[in-house]
Design a protein around this ligand. Structure first.
Ligand SMILES: Cc1ncc(COP(=O)(O)O)c(C=O)c1O
Length: 392
């Protein structure tokens, strides 16, 4: 039989989605599964957003829109990028609305990558980056961070990795899975390195509104790299709108135009109703976002407190997002990897977590606190029971 696309065959499937599927299957079989594997807020979409969607349906806003997104939303996103992120070049012409931030990143990679190009990804990384780079026909180059560097890319490490084949560097702050955020000073140092190299930067800032320790800074606001940075954001995490599929980006006009062309030939416009809902989110849901953020902050503290008294694991306090990156190195043996531990926790103790392997760094578990305090308490109780069983 004729071989299928080598590019597609080479791309991996999302491990987080497969764990979520297994957790759902166990729950369907009647097990009391607690999922700390989820990558989405557990809050309902804010009421003002839901109402705007219903109004859009009733008003007949149910047809194709401009492929790049409705003008009102592009204007609102450009305004957000200019005022909240100091991305001074953002305008209705340089904003592209897509079907989720994932789609934004994929469109950007399609516009950037040629065969033989390399794209730098920082590990631990969001599960989808390597596969997306492969699908865009380029080669992922993984730069591993360490606990000693706070899981942050170091300027000299970046400099050593950049070469003539590097087409793009993907940065993610706040980071999924570690929750780590780069400071202004750290981003300035990375921007100084990137200023000497002719490549693009994709800055994935999808968790920008969910922060606990410091203010978010966009690398695209720095003059040296502003003309080569694509800043990605969206509605999924901040507004509890994962299912609505609205993401957006801004970047250099010539690149956004090509990314828009990809989208127009691929999916056409994002869902018209969701676009009107996203507009309401940007304009009216700030108080809802703050409510969700402060709930996440409380849960973050609860989870850190619960894990803090467990001697064999070490939790990294996250600056942002809704994940705790748990060092379980002390539990590993030649026969027991972090993937094995995640499997045992799910299959025997019905707690779903995601092993570090999914993010390119074994020896860790990612625990999501996008679930109730009650669930967090019961999940940690089960984890403690499991750990005790390892010693007995
Ligand atoms: C770091 C990161 N970027 C992008 C996305 C994709 O978000 P969206 O739902 O907007 O496609 C996710 C979702 O999990 C994420 O964690």
């Amino acid at each position: 039989m004729r071989q299928l696309s080598r590019r597609v065959l080479a791309a991996s499937e999302s491990q987080t989605l497969s764990i979520a599927a297994r957790a759902k299957q166990l729950a369907r079989e009647g097990h009391d599964v607690i999922s700390l594997a989820v990558g989405e807020p557990d809050f309902p979409t804010p009421a003002c957003v839901r109402r705007a969607a219903i109004a859009a349906i009733e008003d007949g806003k149910t047809r194709y829109t401009e492929a790049s997104g409705i003008l009102e939303l592009r204007r609102a996103v450009a305004e957000k990028f200019r005022t909240e992120h100091q991305l001074l070049h953002a305008s209705e012409e340089t904003v592209l609305i897509s079907c989720g931030a994932k789609h934004s990143i994929m469109n950007a990679l399609h516009a950037i990558c040629n065969p033989g190009d390399r794209v730098i990804i920082v590990a631990p990384y969001w599960v989808s980056y390597p596969a997306m780079v492969v699908l865009a026909g380029a080669e992922p180059v993984i730069l591993e961070t360490t606990p000693a560097s706070g899981f942050k890319l170091q300027p000299e490490q970046l400099r050593a990795a950049l070469d003539s084949r590097t087409a793009c560097v993907i940065l993610n702050s706040p980071c999924n899975p570690t929750g780590v955020m780069y400071t202004r000073h750290e981003l300035e140092a990375l921007a100084a390195v990137l200023a000497d190299h002719d490549c693009y930067i994709i800055s994935d800032e999808i968790y920008e509104k969910l922060t606990y320790t410091r203010q978010h800074v966009s690398i695209g606001s720095f003059e040296q790299v502003a003309h080569r940075t694509i800043t990605v954001n969206g509605c999924s995490k901040a507004y509890a709108m994962t299912g609505w599929r609205i993401g957006f980006m801004t970047g250099p006009a010539h690149l956004i135009a090509q990314a828009a062309k990809v989208q127009s030939q691929d999916t056409s416009n994002p869902n018209s109703i969701a676009q009107y809902a996203a507009l309401a989110a940007l304009e009216h849901a700030a108080a809802d976002v703050e409510h969700m953020r402060s709930c996440f902050e409380q849960r973050r503290q609860l989870l850190l407190d619960l894990l803090g008294v467990v001697p064999t694991v070490r939790a990294l306090p996250p600056d942002g997002a809704f994940y705790v990156w748990l060092d379980i190195g002390a539990l590993l043996t030649e026969q027991r990897t972090s993937a094995d531990i995640a499997t045992e926790l799910l299959e025997r103790y019905y707690v779903a977590t995601v092993p570090g392997e999914a993010f390119g760094m074994a020896g860790y578990l990612r625990l999501s606190f996008a679930t109730s305090e009650e669930h967090l308490k019961r999940a940690v109780e089960r984890i403690v029971t499991y750990l005790a069983s390892l010693n007995s």
